[in-house]
Design a binder for this molecule. Sequence first.
Ligand code: 3HC
Length: 291
Amino acid sequence: MGTEIRKVGVVGLGLMGSGIAQICAMAGLDVIAVEKEQAFLDKGLGRIKGSLAKLVEKGKLSQATQELALAKLTSSTKVADLADCDLVIEAIVEDLGAKSALLKELGGLCKPATIFGSNTSSFPIAAMGEASGRPARMVGLHFFNPVQLMALVEVVRTEQTAADVFEAVKGFAKAVGKQPVMAKDTPGFVVNRLLVPYLGEAIRMLERGDASKEDIDAGMQLGCGHPMGPITLLDYVELDTTLSILQGWADRFPNDPTFKVPQLLRDMVAKGHLGRKSGRGFYEWEGDKKK
Ligand code: 3HC
């Protein structure tokens, strides 16, 4: 079966999905972006246009590539329009039920050669492969926020993923300008397995009053050379995202203390202090900038 990837579908145009659609279009691939409601689609497309303009303004992208990307990008509110894609990447809400239902629908309507990728942060890729009815053509494709600037993508192979599918997806990752690292289908793959418990521990330090948020951040920025300290990074990736990852693991592995959810994280999300997108998390934000 064919594994050439020329046309890519992206389902879900939130922060991650819009970044993924954008880099694919910038690489000259045909891209169709799908959201179930026109308003979400418009918001995601607006984000892509804004990001392309910013990259041009900063001299990181030529005007010709900006024009190419806009010409390569189409959109739809219908999943059925993905039928002839070579690769469909889901980047919808972090809910295994919703992701499995989407994969089942895609499995029923896409051409036999379509490869399915999931940008999940934490759920088993094999479960989605089963739902699609085509486990040999399912991979994890986990990008990092902001997708346009972060160089990595984790390519996750399940025990069922076909070897040629895995190779094709590694080639795709390089074609869109990312460095692929290979990961098994384990909780959090490589990066989140290390990063998310670290972020949880930073919240527990705050809870215990061991240090201020500014000092925790300065510690890791200046002591370890991280571009952002953990408390700022929590706001940046958004607190509900980290809560849903940790909660999902806590549900699956209730006896593992690594995955324990800090109470302060629950409280902040319950109050709607979600980080950058709500203007307030541990810090106050104005757009992409900390006040
Ligand atoms: N598109 C275009 N431009 C963007 C952008 C985007 N998506 N996002 C930010 N920019 C722009 C900003 O607007 C800013 O422009 P300005 O200077 O005109 O205001 C500029 O990029 C910032 O670029 P700089 O090179 O000057 O800034 P930095 O060197 O601070 O880099 C950063 C920014 C790349 C975000 C850096 O701070 C960083 O690497 N932070 C850590 C991010 C990280 O760890 N991400 C992983 C999160 S974990 C994850 O995603 C997994 C998930 O499953 C939870």
